[in-house]
Each structure stands twice: as structure tokens, then as C-alpha cells.
Design a protein around this ligand. Structure first.
Ligand SMILES: [Zn+2]
Length: 337
């Protein structure tokens, strides 16, 4: 009876403080069911895709050769590009100086400063020309002003277009984390062509184009060299602070060290986001942040309407709670503790 009351108390507390557990040192549940329940509460309606992808293991299936996962993961022979109508998405102006250049599935962004443009992510090789160059043309952004292309990590769904951008934009700098540059250098069949080694993004580095900048937070886990970002844009003339997570999905068959490293990185980024005062969270897959839908909702606002990405600091903290609870549940499932 006594222990049952305690359980109910803990669950109620989790419901109340799901978004701010880190700050309040809330106890983390210790069972898979408890963790999934806590993650579901923290996800709410803001992060259902993140909850689904990280907390619910996919049914066992024979490995298909043509899924996004296969193309986005290991560097094998890439399957043929999917039909354009399955992925092409229109570009969108998200805030005064922030633009969406992604597909319906994968996000890429342009941050515009008075000294140039920073692009985040380069999409699959087949999408980069239409979405990034074509999108910038449609939005009246001059691609020759792009000074940096920052890749969150070296998987084909985010860096397949990196070589194209490197080749087509004079003087542009390509930025990866150190370990992911090593992966690029070792790759033998890089979809879209192998990027030439350039700038290494390091923890705390600030990359600026005049009055806009991106600060790098290294976040090893999804890949050893994953980079996450903190940046501020203007929205209706007011500052909007964004935490951007560069590595999201987890495998369900890893070892304890993998999960512990991933969780440590998530905690590091959660703290950095809170210290930065981020009230918006973005990522590189629409699955995790509803990026495509929110971007177009933002672009079609009436004057004075709030930005749909501006979910508040508690929701940003809630995202990291979802990730950490689901990853802990994955560790328990895979390792028994
Ligand atoms: Zn990836």
C-alpha cells in the first residue's frame, strides 16, 4: 500500500514536471513501462514523432534495400532516388532571417546575416539542387552569399548534397565534426560525391555571418562527430532562440556504453539549450520536430501571430526528457539494466 502510494505520487509529479525534470532533479523511472509513460507525458502533442521513433521499437522485418534508413545509414551502393513527388517540398520563410529549404522528410535551413548566409544540412544528393539552390532562388536569397554549410553529421540523408554545395558556391566552407570528417574521408562510395576536407566544427565554436551566428555544441551519439547548434533569429523583429539537435535516432540493439554516451550528450545539449534560453527546438528530420509543417505554418501567418516553432523553454526541456527516457528504456531492453 505504502509503495503504491509512492508510485502514484511519483507519476503525478512526473506529469507536473515532465518538462523541467533536469532543473528539479526529478527521479527518473527505472522500468521500461515507467520510462515510456514519462516520455509520453513529456512528448505531449509537441513531440509525438520523437516519442514514436525513440520509444517504440520497430517490428522485426527483413532488411529492405530501398528504405530511407538504408540510404541514410551505412554507405553502401545507394538505391535509385525515389520519385520527386514523394519528397519535394516548397521552401518557406520561417522568420525574418530564417528559411526552410528541406524536403517533406528532411530539413535544411538558411540563416541570413548582414555578412552572408549559413546553410544547415545538405539533404540527400538528389534533393540538394532543387531544394537548396531552387529554394533559395524562389525565396530571393543569393546562393553566392552562402559562407558556411554546416553538416550535423555524415549520413547521406543530410550530407548527400555537400559536395554539390562545395563545388557550386565559390569560397564556401563546409563544416563537420572531427570524427565525421574522418568518416567522410574513409567513405568509398559517397552518394553525391565525397566532400573535400575543410573546416572542423568544435565545441563552443561560433560561426558568424555578420549579425547572425551559429554556436556549435558537440553531441557524440548518433554519430561520433554529431554537431548540434544554438542560434538566434529575428521573428517579427523580436529575437527567437533556437536549440537545434543534429543527431536524433537511436538503434535498439546497441550496448550500454552507446546508450550512456547518447544520454550524456542529450543532457549536455539540454543544459546548453536551457542556458541559452532556447524556446524553440529544431532538427534535421520533420519526423522529430514537425519542421516541414511548422515551417509552412510560420510562412503563412497573419501579422503578429506567434511562430509555431516558439513552443517555450518547458517544451524544449520536454523534448530532451523524451529522448533521455526513451534511450534509457532502450538500454534496459537491450542490456537488461
Ligand atoms: Zn543520421
Amino acid at each position: 500500500m505504502k509503495s503504491r502510494a509512492r508510485t502514484i505520487g511519483a507519476a503525478a509529479a512526473l506529469l507536473l514536471f515532465a518538462g523541467t525534470r533536469g532543473a528539479l532533479a526529478q527521479p527518473v523511472p527505472t522500468t521500461v513501462d515507467g520510462l515510456i509513460g514519462a516520455a509520453k507525458n513529456a512528448a505531449g502533442l509537441e513531440w509525438p514523432g520523437t516519442f514514436l521513433r525513440l520509444c517504440i521499437p520497430p517490428p522485426a522485418a527483413p532488411a529492405p534495400a530501398t528504405t530511407t534508413g538504408a540510404r541514410g545509414g551505412a554507405r553502401g551502393t545507394p538505391p535509385a532516388p525515389p520519385a520527386r513527388e514523394t519528397w519535394y517540398g516548397e521552401p518557406a520563410k520561417v522568420a525574418d532571417n530564417l528559411y526552410f529549404l528541406g524536403t517533406k522528410i528532411h530539413n535544411a535551413w538558411a540563416i541570413v546575416g548582414n555578412g552572408g548566409i549559413i546553410i544547415l544540412e545538405a539533404l540527400f544528393d538528389y534533393a540538394a539542387q532543387d531544394e537548396i539552390f531552387g529554394g533559395m532562388r524562389k525565396l530571393n536569397l543569393d546562393s553566392r552569399k552562402v559562407k558556411y554549410v554546416i553538416l550535423s553529421h555524415a549520413h547521406a540523408d543530410h550530407d548527400g548534397g555537400a559536395r554539390l554545395l562545395q563545388d557550386e558556391i565559390p569560397g564556401v566552407h563546409l563544416v563537420y565534426g572531427a570524427a565525421d570528417w574522418d568518416a567522410v574521408d574513409k567513405s568509398t562510395n559517397h552518394a553525391g560525391g565525397k566532400p573535400k576536407r575543410d573546416m572542423v566544427g568544435t565545441d563552443g565554436m561560433k560561426i558568424s555571418v555578420g549579425d547572425a551566428s551559429v554556436q556549435i555544441v558537440t553531441m557524440p551519439g548518433h554519430t561520433p562527430g554529431t554537431l548540434s547548434f544554438l542560434f538566434e533569429v529575428r521573428d517579427n523583429g523580436k529575437p527567437l532562440r533556437i536549440a537545434y539537435v543534429g543527431g536524433t535516432a537511436i538503434p535498439f540493439n546497441a550496448d550500454a556504453a552507446y546508450y550512456d554516451g547518447y544520454i550524456a550528450s542529450s543532457k549536455k545539449m539540454a543544459k546548453a539549450a536551457a542556458d541559452f534560453g532556447a524556446t524553440a527546438l529544431m532538427s534535421n528530420h520533420t519526423e522529430f520536430d514537425n519542421g516541414f509543417f511548422k515551417a509552412h505554418t510560420a510562412a503563412n501567418r497573419k501579422p503578429g501571430e506567434a511562430n509555431p516553432f516558439d513552443a517555450g523553454a518547458a517544451a524544449v526541456a520536454g523534448y530532451f526528457a523524451v529522448v533521455q527516457d526513451c534511450t534509457t528504456a532502450a538500454r534496459i531492453r537491450a542490456t537488461g539494466k
